[in-house]
Design a protein around this ligand. Sequence first.
Ligand SMILES: Cc1cc2nc3c(=O)[nH]c(=O)nc-3n(C[C@H](O)[C@H](O)[C@H](O)COP(=O)(O)O)c2cc1C
Length: 194
Amino acid sequence: VLDSTLRVLAICGSLRKASYNRAVLNALVDLAPADFELTTFFLDAIPMFNEDDLDVNGYPAVVQSFRSDIAAADGIVIATPEYYHSVPGVLKNAIDWTGGKPSVFNDKPVAIVSAAPGLHGGLRAQYDLREVLQALGGLVLARPEVSVGSAERKFDPSGKLIDEGTRLALEAWLSAFSNWIARLQMQQRLEELR
Ligand SMILES: Cc1cc2nc3c(=O)[nH]c(=O)nc-3n(C[C@H](O)[C@H](O)[C@H](O)COP(=O)(O)O)c2cc1C
């Protein structure tokens, strides 16, 4: 019997307790279909990347588990804020730890979402993040693009998603991601048979 459960690691690009991006990830846990197993990773404990330390000490334990969680997942979801038109340092720093020959992101299906109080919802950070992940061999879902703009109106003060349009957009996006993962896994099996 094929195990059809998709194990998806969700990474939050914000450390803020009341983060809208964290709220998006919480909403995804509720919206996800039954065959989606979503686990969230918070970056609070990831140290600053320093190549000297890496050469001497190898990967710190928390980084090692970040790396192995990514490697073991069927797909990665990243919810990120936009800081000064790009990817927050916290997230970029964590991604800098994922390199190697190959990177743990290599051939990994990834889907990006963003949220911000601004109208466009952090879309510029998504484009920069897409480039970074592609540099690591990540296979980033092309569309639909979902950014949650005017985020303070989309969630209640407890962080619960209260906007129907956003809910529908996130559902469509998750479903496209699920298809994207299935398609890539199918292709991988075909390559193994060759
Ligand atoms: C250092 C910094 C830079 C920011 N730059 C942008 C920006 O370029 N574009 C934008 O839409 N919002 C920007 N914001 C506002 C964030 O979108 C807002 O703080 C958002 O709530 C952060 O995401 P979070 O709620 O998940 O923590 C910035 C906020 C900070 C703290």
